[in-house]
Write a protein that binds this ligand. Sequence first.
Ligand code: G3P
Length: 217
Amino acid sequence: MKFFVDTAEIDDIKELNALGIVDGVTTNPSLIAKSGRDIIEVTKEICSIVDGPVSAEVVATEADAMIAEGRELAKIADNIAVKVPLTWDGLKACNVLTNEGNMVNVTLCFTANQALLAAKVGATFISPFIGRLDDLNLDGMELIADIRDIYDNYGYETQILAASIRSANHMSDCAKIGADVATAPPGVIKKMADHVLTDKGLEAFLKDAAKANIKIV
Ligand code: G3P
């Protein structure tokens, strides 16, 4: 499973990218606003750090205007994936931008039917939002599994980009189901390394090492 990092914070992207675990970046208007930076400027900087796809989202709601914004965003770098919302106009924009040779990420997906339409119009990525479904006592992970089944039934090449990931368990659950990509905030990716028994075991090893005066360098 590919890891995308869901942030517009440059320091976090640099730290995770240096570890070799960042296959791409996703942003949205809320994350850009949080960074306090100009969308074009910060997106250009992210694209210069990460080789993989960097999603940058349109803010227009009508197809022609989304297409114009998407073309502008695509000029930033070769690795831009234009992000459009899963509305009827967003699907039209996805179709045009895809046919022009751009990567397109269709976001705010909450049903299997929406994902089916995104695949039909040629989306590069579909972004089902797990956490926001869980917030409503629905099952975000079941949606990932349903989309996996549907795409596999017909050989759709649209990649499932699991989004709105809130916990480390979401990451392993997505990997078990076979999501192509999971995008998560830096804190969630770091949490994947944690286990209380790792901490406890290390503490005991270090105590014994000190007692035995073990020195390596
Ligand atoms: O990738 C979409 C993500 O940024 C939304 O996450 O936690 O705001 O639902 P969240």
